[in-house]
Design a binder for this molecule. Structure first.
Ligand code: NOJ
Length: 572
């Protein structure tokens, strides 16, 4: 059922309203949920080893419940050599001792249930770690064996087989193939890894791989998870024959190959895998979800992934990557709502995650400013931190007013920036090492959270250890300090999330407010609330209505909306 706004039009000139509908059907929780991403290594360290752990998450879940989110998503905590921050899994049905054990996981679920929070976990089906027993067995087995068939092994090109089987590049830099030494000591076949060489890709043409992952799904569903965020969901199936590719390693461009789809992404057979997973979830209580991490564009194509027999949600990266510009934002919001509405799925919104520069830093840089790949390093132009923070507050409050689901990344509720001055010696991201430092990688957004100002490691760890150093200024941003400050970033998130829930904004509909009333602003009505963001240089006067929130002050302030501020008004 689409919901049109009619009665709010009276508060504004009705000719200025244009309608875009977001469907909200039934009580399916994910359609309007706010889901908080936890990066376990950096959330909270309870055992004092300098790495976050599951017990640390359990101990602080009440903070997330009081923040007002509906669910948490845990990035991988499975046994892993940690070559790619845990996205290199060596056992899909266990907990890495770094993070605890399965009893700790069960305790986390119990606590979350007690607090009314749902838990979703990461599924990493495209690749595993080279330490996974199945890959180790494949290395020992001969070419053409069933063990090798679980992965993508091929003979090399050239007379001596010493050239990679095709020209694909790793997402982290360098070739996407590595050659193995066979058990008799001779140079042997090559295996495909779209990411680091320590992350061999599974062969999803193999029925054994499909069955194995259905076992993994049931293992975690039986332990009480509410669903899965599916890593690189677009990459599982590769085009037959593994043809050469002239576009970017992430499949985003077919430069030189016009009209061609990337052979490693978005293959049609993927949809049958999702359908089987959806059937597995249907064996449970109808409350479990799948969310695709998929770099698929344009949006109508991505919407195919959330048809009712497949995933429930997909991350909206078009929104995350949108410039801070009224026209561009309006376009991406319209396209998102239309595309997802078309298939009856909810739209999601996201501004930060563990793979991108946090929005408090990103928005403090000119859009498209040259930087070192996925991060901002000490040799790059540094963000304007005041501007970034102000825009981050405005953007977050604007996003929380939109209908649909939203994903938050740990620390954004504190307005944390990236650590943009992190020294090279601390960098762990494989991108940094695979590109000889040319791309600094993603460590800057993964720095452990500050909990208590003035304590060592800003309260992240009882021992003061921290696997990545925190910037000194983070003491000022620590959660305990922000809890006490009514104008803090944290208090603005709390107030926004509480109002969003009370006013049912996530399940609402959006009508744009057009015209000259608010120059350089983006304004929409959702339910009875006018959400307005000022992206211009001049203040604007707010219309009549009860001022609920203003990102500039954190609470309701005056009748003016300054540049880079968002307000929520309740209309008469
Ligand atoms: C996407 C994850 O978010 C990222 O952190 C990881 O490096 C790649 N997938 C590979 O698993």
């Amino acid at each position: 059922m689409s919901q049109a706004i009619v009665d709010t039009a009276s508060a504004l000139d009705p000719s200025h309203l244009s309608f875009v509908h977001a469907k909200s059907e039934g009580s399916q929780w994910w359609r309007s949920a706010v889901i908080y991403q936890i990066y376990p290594k950096s959330f909270r360290d309870l055992n004092g080893d300098g790495f976050g752990d599951l017990a640390g998450i359990t101990a602080e879940l009440h903070s997330l419940s009081s923040l007002g989110v509906d669910a948490v998503w845990l990035s991988p905590f499975y046994p892993s050599p940690q070559r790619d921050g845990g996205y290199d899994v060596s056992d899909y049905c266990n907990v890495d001792p770094l993070f605890g054990n399965l009893a700790d996981f069960d305790a986390l679920i119990d606590r979350a249930n007690h607090l009314g929070l749902r838990v979703i976990v990461d599924l990493v089906p495209n690749h595993c770690s080279d330490e996974h027993p199945l890959f180790q067995a494949a290395l020992q087995a001969p070419a053409g064996s069933p063990e090798r068939d679980l992965f993508i092994f091929r003979d090399g090109r050239g007379p001596a087989g010493d050239e990679p089987p095709n020209n694909w590049q790793s997402h982290f830099g360098g070739p996407a193939w590595s050659r193995i030494t066979e058990s008799d000591g001779r140079p042997g076949q090559w295996y495909l890894h779209l990411f680091d060489s320590s992350q061999p890709d599974f062969n999803w043409d193999s029925e054994s791989v499909r069955t194995e992952f259905e076992r993994v799904l049931r293992f975690w569903l039986d332990r009480g998870v509410s669903g899965f965020r599916v890593d690189v969901a677009h990459a599982l199936v590769k085009a037959s024959g593994l043809p050469d590719w002239g576009g970017r390693a992430d499949g985003g461009s077919s430069e030189g190959f016009p009209g061609h789809e990337a052979p490693m992404f978005g293959q049609p057979e993927i949809h049958n895998i999702f359908r089987r997973w959806r059937d597995v979830l249907a064996e449970y209580d109808g409350e479990r979800i799948l969310c695709a991490e998929a770099s698929i564009d344009p949006l109508p194509r991505l919407a195919n992934w959330v048809r009712e027999d497949q995933m429930h949600q997909a991350f909206n990266f078009a929104y995350l990557h949108c410039p801070y510009d009224a026209g561009a934002l309006r376009h991406v919001i319209d396209s998102s709502l239309r595309a997802f509405d078309e298939v009856g799925a909810p739209t999601t919104w996201v501004l930060s995650n563990h793979d991108v520069v946090r929005h408090a830093s990103r928005l403090g840089l000119p859009f498209g400013a040259p930087r070192s790949g996925d991060g901002v390093g000490p040799r790059d132009e540094q963000p304007d931190s005041d501007l970034g923070r102000r825009r981050a507050r405005a953007s977050s409050l604007f996003m929380l007013g939109l209908p649909g689901g939203a994903y938050l990344y740990q620390g954004e509720e504190l307005g944390l920036p990236d650590h943009t001055a992190l020294a090279d010696e601390h960098r762990q991201d494989p991108t940094f090492h695979r590109t000889a430092g040319e791309r600094v990688g993603r460590d800057g957004c993964r720095v452990p959270l500050p909990w208590r100002s003035g304590k060592s490691a800003a309260g992240f760890s009882c021992s003061g250890g921290s696997w990545l150093p925190q910037p000194e200024e983070w003491h000022e941003l620590a959660r305990d300090r922000q809890e006490e400050d009514p104008g803090s970033h944290l208090q603005m998130y709390k107030a926004g999330l509480a109002l969003r829930r009370d006013l049912g904004l996530g399940a609402g509909s959006l009508s744009w407010v057009d015209g000259d009333q608010f120059p350089n602003c983006l304004a929409f009505v959702n339910g009875n609330v006018l959400v307005i963001m000022n992206l211009g240089q001049e203040p604007v006067v707010l219309p009549d209505g009860v001022l609920l929130l203003n990102s500039g002050t954190g609470t309701a302030g005056g009748r003016e909306l300054g540049p880079d501020q968002t307000a929520w008004l309740e209309l008469a």
